[in-house]
Design a protein around this ligand. Structure first.
Ligand SMILES: *[C@@H]1O[C@H](CO)[C@@H](O)[C@H](O)[C@H]1NC(C)=O
Ligand SMILES: *[C@@H]1O[C@H](CO)[C@@H](O)[C@H](O)[C@H]1NC(C)=O
Ligand SMILES: *[C@@H]1O[C@H](CO)[C@@H](O)[C@H](O)[C@H]1NC(C)=O
Ligand SMILES: *[C@@H]1O[C@H](CO)[C@@H](O)[C@H](O)[C@H]1NC(C)=O
Ligand SMILES: *[C@@H]1O[C@H](CO)[C@@H](O)[C@H](O)[C@H]1NC(C)=O
Ligand SMILES: *[C@@H]1O[C@H](CO)[C@@H](O)[C@H](O)[C@H]1NC(C)=O
Length: 289
């Protein structure tokens, strides 16, 4: 029994070894593989490729028709550092997609169909240095705390999206940011945006293609360059504050007027009641005697 049983575990170990080795060599169909790098550029892929070697560091899916990134399959690639998904059809909510690829340093999602970025979209990517989400024309919202966990972020590109507004704290609080792409968006230069524009004039972050960072609305400021528009916007918003002050003063005036009238009226009533009371008591006292 021991003689016939012995080869089995050996052959099992051998087969397992072969399996692991062949998995390392294995390359997804229609992709080309080099050492730790899988390149599937422009292969008309509609889905995330199966059987990607688990030790892959660099995955290139550029110029395909991938519309969904499966979080579980991605999380098998725990050593992934570089992910290029530019020019695909990614659109659906990407929240929690990157939960298992915490070592990612470079992420390119430009030329896709993203619609929003929330805290949960990139919050697990604590090592992220480069994030490209430009050329997503349906991207209209980047939540205030969207990059709160991406403290190593150095290069962020949100050019050519549908953004109208970005909260200053979203980018101001990134200690390592050096490059911020903002051009060709539909920036709405109202008084809420003044804070952002003021920050742009004060920071030494590089804004590429600065000539195309312009206001889109309101009509009066259309096509004006964003840092330069600061003075005018400042003036507009200050006079607006004065208008608000007038309204405030009028309200206060009315309040004082009504309060005064009310007080006088109450005092009058009290006086009358007191008068009536004392005269009644006098009458009663007179009756008693
Ligand atoms: C990936 O493949 C494409 C074409 O097959 C090639 O143009 C590109 O340079 C490759 N990218 C890398 C990083 O090797
Ligand atoms: C990929 O998308 C392009 C443009 O959207 C389309 O022309 C092409 O037929 C698609 N290819 C496949 C394989 O779906
Ligand atoms: C992009 O997303 C929008 C909204 O989710 C959708 O209506 C549209 O069909 C998508 N476009 C493509 C090319 O997938
Ligand atoms: C955000 O970062 C903190 C600390 O760096 C970490 O504890 C937390 O889990 C992160 N949040 C998410 C959703 O990963
Ligand atoms: C300015 O515009 C943004 C977005 O377009 C809006 O959320 C905000 O309420 C506006 N602020 C003012 C003061 O109108
Ligand atoms: C800036 O915008 C103009 C007009 O929309 C466009 O022709 C030009 O190519 C843009 N410049 C860059 C560098 O994108």
């Amino acid at each position: 029994m021991s003689l016939s049983g012995r080869p089995r575990p050996l052959s099992l170990v051998f087969l397992l070894g072969m399996g692991m080795a062949s998995e390392n060599i294995h390359c997804p169909s229609r992709c080309s593989c080099q050492y730790l790098e899988v390149n599937c550029t422009g292969r008309q892929l509609r889905e995330f490729p199966a059987a990607i070697p688990l030790d892959t560091r660099q995955l290139i899916l550029a110029a395909n028709n991938v519309s969904y990134l499966p979080a579980v399959e991605l999380s098998f690639l725990a050593d992934l550092v570089y992910l290029d998904c530019r020019k695909n059809l990614l659109g659906d909510d990407l929240d929690f997609t990157f939960i298992g690829v915490a070592k990612l340093v470079y992420l390119d999602l430009s030329f896709n169909n993203l619609t929003q970025v929330t805290f949960s979209t990139f919050s697990h990517l604590l090592s992220l240095v480069v994030l490209k989400i430009s050329d997503n024309p349906n991207l209209v919202v980047i939540e205030k705390d969207a990059f709160a966990n991406n403290t190593w972020l150095r290069h962020l590109d949100v050019s050519r999206t549908g953004l109208t507004f970005l909260d200053t704290s979203t980018v101001r609080d990134l200690p390592n940011l050096r490059f911020l792409g903002l051009s060709d968006n539909l920036w709405h230069c109202n008084c809420s945006f003044l804070d952002f524009i003021t920050w742009m004039t004060e920071t030494n972050i590089h804004f590429p293609d600065a000539d195309n960072i312009t206001c889109y609305t309101p009509e009066g400021l259309r096509a004006m360059k964003m840092p330069a528009v600061e003075a005018q916007l400042h003036f507009n918003c200050l006079t607006q504050l004065y208008k608000q002050d007038y309204i405030f003063l009028c309200l206060i005036g009315f309040c004082i007027f009504f309060a005064g009238t009310g007080a006088a009226w109450l005092a009058g009533i009290c006086a009358v009641i007191y008068e009536v009371h004392t005269s009644k008591r006098e009458e009663e006292e007179e009756e008693d005697t």
